[in-house]
Write a protein that binds this ligand. Structure first.
Ligand code: SF4
Length: 321
């Protein structure tokens, strides 16, 4: 089997909060707490969880936009945080990002040509004519026209703007694209078109995706494998269809049960979430989900449960499994 495109190993990201007074000990935010996974070439790996679970911090750490407190991110075998500034700039041709907001992520003062060509300019690899040809090519790959190059973002709909953002991510022919909530700002009517485009591009170019979403349906549609995050940890991981059909962790069960559509053939009782996501500023000794878990028992306070295999290819972190 070929080497993974992305390897995330024991990744921690903690932030120190400002002191509340001169002699107070500064608090800490534990945004990521030992995240491990890898993604093989041409696969799509989804990360789901509520707001505040650490999904976006994970995306930024994978993109080397912020350094980990501990642990590693390797892309095509190279530790991105060990690269010099220049090597990292060159390495970025291999991994690009699509942001959530197609309105805020495209500079309204720049033409589509300039926006889409931006990653090439950072690589200093092609002259102006070559760049124009590449922009025209990639625009056609995402369903836009070469004639759109001279236009500005405000001349496009939300779905078209996200196509421009995808073209910008694709222009260096990266092996990995990290997509952070790529359709959540779009009308439901165009979400499927953009997701279909992502799949078509994967078929055409073999690109690997790490896709972050709070929307389980989006992840189910696009991803082969999914990880469910809670308070900076993966609490369940496995093949998407299998995991959504038979969730093992109470948190995954509750997330799925919050989706309005009935699940055909459901055999278990609904699990309802209590309260909101806990604080990332405290590290309790036991299961981080214990305060909200309807199945919690006294032993759940005895240490953080480790991920372990609960079915072929599926892992969950719960003391009861
Ligand atoms: Fe719930 Fe206990 Fe399992 Fe945590 S370890 S998910 S609190 S049952």
């Amino acid at each position: 089997m070929s080497e993974p495109v992305l390897e995330v190993e024991a990744l921690h990201r903690h932030y120190i909060l400002p002191r509340e007074s001169l002699f107070a000990t500064p608090g800490k935010v534990y945004a990521l707490n030992g995240v491990n996974f890898h993604v093989n070439p041409g696969h799509s790996f989804g990360i789901v969880g509520e707001s505040g679970c650490g999904k976006s911090t994970l995306a930024r750490a994978v993109m080397a936009l912020e350094p980990p407190t501990l642990g590693n991110v390797r892309i095509l075998g190279r530790d991105v945080n060990a690269l010099s500034h220049d090597d990292l700039r060159r390495a970025r041709k291999h991994f690009q990002m699509v942001f959530q907001d197609p309105y805020g992520s495209l500079d309204p003062r720049h033409t589509v040509e300039r926006i889409v060509a931006e990653p090439l300019a950072a690589l200093d690899t092609s002259d102006k004519n070559e760049r124009r040809d590449k922009v025209a090519d990639v625009l056609s790959s995402v369903g836009l026209k070469a004639g759109d190059m001279g236009k500005y973002p405000h001349e496009f709909s939300g779905g078209q703007r996200q196509r421009i953002a995808i073209a910008r991510a694709l222009i260096t022919r990266p092996e990995l694209i990290v997509a952070d909530e790529p359709v959540s700002a779009l009308d439901v009517s165009v979400q499927a078109q953009v997701l279909n485009l992502l799949q078509d591009l994967q078929d055409q170019f073999g690109v690997t995706y790490m896709l972050i979403s709070h929307d389980l349906a989006v992840v189910e549609y696009v991803c082969d494998e999914v990880a469910v995050m809670y308070l900076g940890r993966i609490v369940e991981q496995g093949p998407t269809r299998q995991l959504f059909a038979n969730p093992a962790h109470p948190y995954t069960q509750a997330l799925l049960d919050a989706v309005p559509q009935p699940v055909p053939g459901r055999k278990r009782d609904k699990v309802r979430l209590k309260g909101t996501v806990g604080s990332q500023t405290e590290q309790a000794g036991g299961c981080p989900f214990a305060d909200r878990c309807p199945k919690a028992e006294s032993r759940c306070r005895d240490g953080v449960p480790e991920l372990r295999e609960v079915a072929p290819g599926q892992k969950a972190a719960c003391h009861l499994l």
